[in-house]
Design a protein around this ligand. Structure first.
Ligand SMILES: *[C@@H]1O[C@H](CO)[C@@H](O)[C@H](O)[C@H]1NC(C)=O
Ligand SMILES: *[C@@H]1O[C@H](CO)[C@@H](O)[C@H](O)[C@H]1NC(C)=O
Ligand SMILES: *[C@@H]1O[C@H](CO)[C@@H](O)[C@H](O)[C@H]1NC(C)=O
Ligand SMILES: *[C@@H]1O[C@H](CO)[C@@H](O)[C@H](O)[C@H]1NC(C)=O
Ligand SMILES: *[C@@H]1O[C@H](CO)[C@@H](O)[C@H](O)[C@H]1NC(C)=O
Ligand SMILES: *[C@@H]1O[C@H](CO)[C@@H](O)[C@H](O)[C@H]1NC(C)=O
Ligand SMILES: *[C@@H]1O[C@H](CO)[C@@H](O)[C@H](O)[C@H]1NC(C)=O
Length: 406
């Protein structure tokens, strides 16, 4: 038994490893099907060549750019103090230059322009009545309305537990608070930047990107850049100097609400480059988007507070500013592509896989639809009948399987 098993084993191995096998081809001389077959092949070939390789640039290797922008804002604006709210000092007009409205002065890929500011001067830590607008009304007879030691709902201070007349109207009593006094809502000055001056501001956008895969560094400012230019979508798309008014006009948003409440604007720089050509042909395309507008129903605009402190005769004072404005974010996107032989073969290879479709379709027609399908089946399919008494004869696969089971 052992000897015959080894013999069978060797013949099986030589069948598998030392024999070349190929596929038998069945030829059917049928013009119509042949044309269908070639047509499908042609369509698939066109798909590979035109769509995958040419249009989708399957012959290229891609990388996204990495980069950063430095932005400088230029312009001067008249600013009006507005008397309508809680206004104490009679205020004349001011002017704001870059140092006043660009806060913070230097950021990567972003900048902020103040459009409106509510300033509370000379605050000191102490006790004062809360603002009328806080609506913390009380009666001196009741004590539980102003719980001493608890923070106020707007978190500007702590209740002292007392009930005092407001600054605004001596006949109305409100809770007294321990806070930075006077409170912003009871005594502050509002400054609003002139809208037309603001629209004439320019920003200088200086971007450097790098494609490490291709060892390419690029800047949007080149030797040929003319610094008297102004960016225009069609007339001067390569200019690095943009007018704020042009950006705001291209946005589909309520501009007066945007300037009043502030907002978030995205400047998207799209570096889509084909480095099969010279890298100097590659310039970014700009797109503008409002991410946060000034007239959203819930939580419109953007604002923040900051304080500057000073000391007089040992007393700590501060000037509190609530700042509204436009925040611009520069987003760098895109991709650079360059010819790569590996990517080309991968693209072609994945396309060639589709060629099987032609065989499947034509086979299906012959097997199930064509009127001579029976003849085709006879020609294509060989049925191999194995009777049960053949099972134990030496040298064929069924016997080996049977023996291995023993
Ligand atoms: C102050 O604000 C009111 C309403 O918000 C407006 O009608 C008025 O023109 C403003 N005044 C100044 C000096 O900006
Ligand atoms: C304060 O007390 C007076 C008289 O007792 C009352 O008419 C008034 O409604 C009270 N106000 C508040 C805010 O409780
Ligand atoms: C003060 O408040 C009283 C009562 O609410 C009101 O009648 C009066 O007109 C107010 N005075 C001022 C100057 O607003
Ligand atoms: C904005 O700039 C243009 C061109 O430089 C000028 O004609 C216009 O008067 C300026 N507008 C304001 C409000 O300064
Ligand atoms: C820049 O452009 C302006 C007009 O757009 C032109 O007058 C000026 O000569 C240009 N400067 C250079 C250095 O090309
Ligand atoms: C734009 O916003 C302003 C102020 O918020 C508002 O008065 C005006 O009606 C708005 N305009 C439109 C077209 O919504
Ligand atoms: C600081 O204190 C001195 C002495 O008490 C006083 O003469 C001076 O006016 C004070 N200065 C200010 C700014 O309050």
């Amino acid at each position: 038994m052992a000897i015959s098993r080894r013999k069978v084993c060797c013949s099986f191995l030589s069948d598998v490893f030392l024999t070349y096998s190929t596929v038998k081809v069945v030829q059917v001389p049928n013009t119509l099907i042949a044309i269908v077959y070639r047509l499908i092949q042609l369509i698939i070939f066109a798909y590979i060549a035109l769509y995958i390789v040419w249009l989708k640039q399957g012959y290229q290797q891609f990388q996204e750019p990495r980069g950063t922008s430095i932005i400088k804002v230029k312009g001067i604006a008249k600013v009006a103090g507005n008397e309508t709210i809680r206004f104490v000092h009679a205020d004349q007009t001011h002017l704001w230059d870059t140092a006043e409205y660009q806060m913070p002065p230097l950021e990567n890929n972003a900048f902020f322009i103040t459009t409106r500011q509510i300033v509370t001067y000379d605050q000191t830590e102490g006790d004062c009545p809360s603002a009328l607008e806080d609506k913390l009304f009380c009666n001196s007879s009741e004590s539980d309305v102003c719980p001493a030691g608890q923070p106020t709902p707007n978190t500007f201070g702590y209740f002292t537990g007392n009930c005092v007349p407001t600054f605004e109207n001596a006949s109305i009593n409100v809770c007294e608070i321990h806070a930075w006094c006077p409170e912003e809502l009871s005594q502050s000055t509002q400054f609003i930047m002139n809208k037309d001056d603001m629209e004439n501001f320019t920003i200088y956008l200086k971007t450097m990107v790098t494609f490490t895969l291709f060892n390419i560094n690029l800047r949007n400012v080149r030797d040929a850049t003319n610094f008297t230019c102004r960016y225009h979508k069609d007339n001067d798309p390569h200019c690095p100097i943009l007018r704020i008014g042009d950006i705001l006009d291209s946005l589909n948003t309520n501009k007066s609400a945007l300037l009043r409440e502030g907002g978030l604007i995205e400047i998207r720089q799209d570096w889509t480059c084909n480095f099969d050509f010279h890298k100097d042909y590659c310039f970014p395309k700009l797109e503008f988007n409002v991410l946060q507008s000034g007239d959203d129903k819930l939580s419109p605009g953007i604002n923040y507070r900051s304080a500057q402190k000073y000391r007089i005769n040992g007393t700590e004072y501060r000037t509190l500013s609530k700042i509204y404005g436009l925040r611009f974010i520069v987003a760098i996107s895109g991709k650079g592509g360059k010819f790569d032989i590996v990517n080309l073969f991968v693209a072609i290879g994945s396309g060639i896989g589709f060629m099987v479709i032609a065989d499947i379709v034509c086979d299906a027609i012959f097997m199930y639809i064509h009127k001579y399908r029976e003849r085709y089946r006879q020609g294509k399919i060989n049925v191999c009948v194995i009777s049960s008494d053949e099972e134990n004869s030496d040298g064929n696969l069924t016997s080996i399987l049977a023996m291995q089971k023993e």
